[in-house]
Design a protein around this ligand. Sequence first.
Ligand SMILES: *[C@@H]1O[C@H](CO)[C@@H](O)[C@H](O)[C@H]1NC(C)=O
Length: 319
Amino acid sequence: MWAHVWGFLYSNYFRFWLKWILRLLTGKCELQRLLGGAEAGARRTLSVGNGGAGAGAARLSRKRRVLRNAVHVEEAEVEKCVRDVMKEKNIEQKDTGFKTNLHISLLQISGYKKLYLNVENLRKVPYDSENEEHEEQLIELWNLLMPQETLRSRISKQWCDIGFQGDDPKTDFRGMGLLGLVNLVYFSKHYTNEARQILSRSNHPKLGYSYAIVGINLTEMAYSLLKNGALKAHLYNMVSGLPQLEHFHQFYCKHEVVEVVFADLYFIFFTGYLVYEFDKFWFEEEPESIMHFNHYREKFHEKIKGLLLDYNVVLTLQD
Ligand SMILES: *[C@@H]1O[C@H](CO)[C@@H](O)[C@H](O)[C@H]1NC(C)=O
């Protein structure tokens, strides 16, 4: 009860005066203090994101609305939006430090949303064995993981050797659709040695598990962390600068050039990180059998959520 009253007073009243006093003392507005501070990366962008979404809609001032619009801005409009915010807040345009920092933060916020949309779009595409490109990716996965062994036919018990359930992987992607396949392929492509090593460990006689199935399952874990915002700090720290050319990665997919925003790869690598760490975790915990997967998955999930709470978090395979 009191917490509610205090919360109400704080957000509607004290906060305003507090900011006003601070502004008098420092001659700067809240946003300037946020962006002028030494903290880079996630902490800064997360504060900008919250600053824009904090106030109740009914009490939104015009200035607040400018900032609120700013955190929903599209990448192409970021520059104009930065100018608007600075004008509204009476910040001199020549304050380039503020300008650059706000620019980066808004790009990160819009980048995260775009990443989620890309990932969601890929997830919604079901695996289709009539589609040549889907089939090619599946075969590529086999070739990356099993270079010394040729797949004797498209429908084959051999698929079980890389951890699918039956003789046709198409049914194993379920709720993750093409996202599950793309994650497995990209991880094997960029971290070939690690992927093969984990695959061979997954064949352990006692502690073994199904590599592909678990990989698809961990794709769902990464997806849910992205969806509920838990990956923000990690990704803001990873993609901390202005996007430059190298933040775009082009690859040729048969007839068309597909442009992947680098953040998409960071998501794929995050799933790779989960696969890598889950394997370590699984062998450390020594579960009695795969029947206990649920329990250990949840335990692992909690561990990862804990790590992601740190503002300075960067989770990569190299660690
Ligand atoms: C992953 O595993 C959990 C626990 O067994 C299960 O509830 C979930 O449906 C699985 N997800 C996928 C995509 O297989």
